[in-house]
Design a protein around this ligand. Structure first.
Ligand SMILES: NC(=O)c1ccc[n+]([C@@H]2O[C@H](COP(=O)([O-])OP(=O)(O)OC[C@H]3O[C@@H](n4cnc5c(N)ncnc54)[C@H](O)[C@@H]3O)[C@@H](O)[C@H]2O)c1
Length: 286
């Protein structure tokens, strides 16, 4: 039987591919047979991830650049497509957030959230889809949104609005690009162990510097997440390969949670006594 998860000979462009979820997606794509262009603001991160792609037997290109620099992003996509002679897969992954009560948030900060999370996706999608259309073989776009695309996020309101915009754009593009057999989908991670999530947002990725969670934090986190643990970046990588491959050939315009069940639970947590509750201390008659 043919392995329909294989993507041999295809080429991908991954934003923020030098660390965390983007890097995991790049490596899983390489394992599925894809040549990968890695675009990252930190050159050393892009180079490291490119080396890991090559170890997996695929061609790789490390491109240093900021997704908020539209010219650099467009030219990076053009360079990737020229290097590999095709472009089949775009992963819009680079994003960013800083916590702040909305009433204290500066306009500069709001614009930066929109630029990094939303505008970068618009620019990259337009540039990459032109290559896919010209190639005539269809394509797949995977947008890395968040559970915050569909849930309130006090203190992260602009980030959440951008991720919700990402979902809306995903649906419109799924329809608009369907005549070209380009499928467009989103994944929605929740708590996932990555450099950014652990505060390692600059310089080399160094897990040795990450602060270990206390026992109480681990317990609270694990009671929040139905599957009882934080996510691993490669779990997003696996789902991205599924969405890029023929395994999902009839799937477009969706948001696929990769969250251990937190979206499904929508506020239900394991109480200290191990029973499910919406609010510790309240009884629901069972
Ligand atoms: N980790 C989580 O818990 C989580 C949860 C929900 C959604 N997400 C989303 O997943 C995506 C990746 O998050 P992560 O946790 O892997 O982040 P991360 O910070 O661990 O990694 C992001 C990568 O992108 C690069 N990058 C950052 N800013 C860039 C820019 N302006 N231009 C180019 N590259 C840039 C970084 O150098 C890094 O290599 C983001 O869009 C984030 O919103 C993450």
């Amino acid at each position: 039987m043919t392995d329909r998860s294989r993507l041999d000979g295809q080429a991908a462009f991954v934003t923020g591919g030098g660390g965390g979820i983007g890097r995991a997606i790049a490596l899983r794509l390489a394992e599925a047979g894809v040549d990968v262009a890695i675009f990252d603001i930190f050159p050393e991160r892009a180079e490291e991830a490119a080396a890991r792609v090559r170890e997996r037997g695929r061609r790789a290109m490390a491109i240093a650049g900021d997704v908020m620099d539209s010219d650099a992003l467009r030219s990076g996509i053009d360079r990737g497509a020229a290097e590999f002679g095709r472009l089949d897969i775009l992963v819009n992954n680079a994003g960013g957030v800083s916590a702040r009560p909305f009433l204290e948030q500066s306009e500069r900060s709001m614009r930066k959230h929109v630029d990094i999370n939303l505008m970068s996706m618009l620019v990259a999608t337009q540039a990459a889809a032109k290559h896919m259309v010209a190639g005539g073989k269809g394509g797949a776009i995977v947008n890395v949104a968040s559970i915050e695309a569909s849930r309130a996020a006090p203190g992260f309101a602009v980030y959440a609005a951008c991720k919700a915009g990402m979902l809306s754009f995903t649906k419109s593009m799924a329809v608009e690009l369907s005549p070209h057999a380009i499928r467009v989908n989103c994944i929605a991670p929740d708590h996932t162990i990555t450099p950014g999530n652990q505060g390692n947002r600059a310089g080399p990725v160094d897990p040795a510097t990450w602060k270990a969670r206390s026992g109480e934090e681990v317990d609270a986190m694990n009671r929040l997440i139905p599957l009882g643990r934080e996510g691993i970046d490669m779990e997003c990588g696996d789902v991205a390969v599924f969405l890029a491959s023929a395994m999902s050939s009839y799937v477009t315009g969706i948001l696929l949670p990769v969250d251990g069940g937190t979206w499904a639970s929508s506020g239900w947590v394991r109480g200290q006594n191990g029973k499910w509750t919406l609010n510790e201390g309240l009884s629901f008659g069972h």
